[in-house]
Design a protein around this ligand. Structure first.
Ligand SMILES: [Zn+2]
Length: 171
């Protein structure tokens, strides 16, 4: 169950996403890593900033905090994401040993351009992982997060990522 503390930290993720939107080369996806309710790392998508398609908000905060702590294990940390993590970021959370994933807008709340595949879902990755202690909670401040993104019914934006610059197979 999401707590008031979860909502507070999600608000920080939303503020961070907005900062990304205002930053040249940044994008409007925010993430926060927190432990015991204390934010330890915040970040937004920096793909265009660094010419790095892997620089999603989640990857940015994981890299920053691991580098700062000189560790590869973020056990005990919760990651807050304005958008449901993609497959890459979900796997990165698993590799980093993150204990809990909390996200705002889910796949069905936003346009498909924000995801890399048609059916792979964060929950499927986690169900198949060698982990039975990872918790996931979606839909926290879902409305406040969803308004940051194109709706499922919107046309494909011109600036969508290369993975989406063609007509998808109607499967
Ligand atoms: Zn991602």
């Amino acid at each position: 169950m999401a707590s008031e503390q979860d909502r507070l930290l999600m608000r920080i993720a939303i503020q961070t996403a907005r900062k990304g939107q205002e930053t040249p080369g940044g994008e409007c996806v925010g993430a926060v890593l927190a432990r015991d309710g204390e934010p330890a790392s915040t970040g937004f998508n920096e793909g265009a900033m660094h010419h790095d398609p892997t620089a999603h908000a989640e990857m940015v905060v994981i890299r920053k905090l691991c580098a700062a702590l000189k560790t590869t294990s973020l056990k005990g940390y919760t990651i807050y994401c304005t958008l449901q993590p993609c497959g890459m970021c979900t796997m990165a959370c698993l590799w980093a040993g993150i204990s809990r994933i909390v996200y705002g807008a889910g796949r069905s709340d936003v346009h498909y351009i924000y995801f890399e595949s048609r059916h792979n879902n964060t929950v499927d990755f986690i169900r198949d992982a060698f982990r039975d202690d990872l918790q996931i909670e979606g839909g926290v401040l879902a409305e406040a997060c969803s308004v940051l993104y194109a709706k499922p019914s919107d046309p494909v934006p011109d600036d969508s990522s290369p993975a989406h610059q063609q007509t998808p197979n109607p499967i």
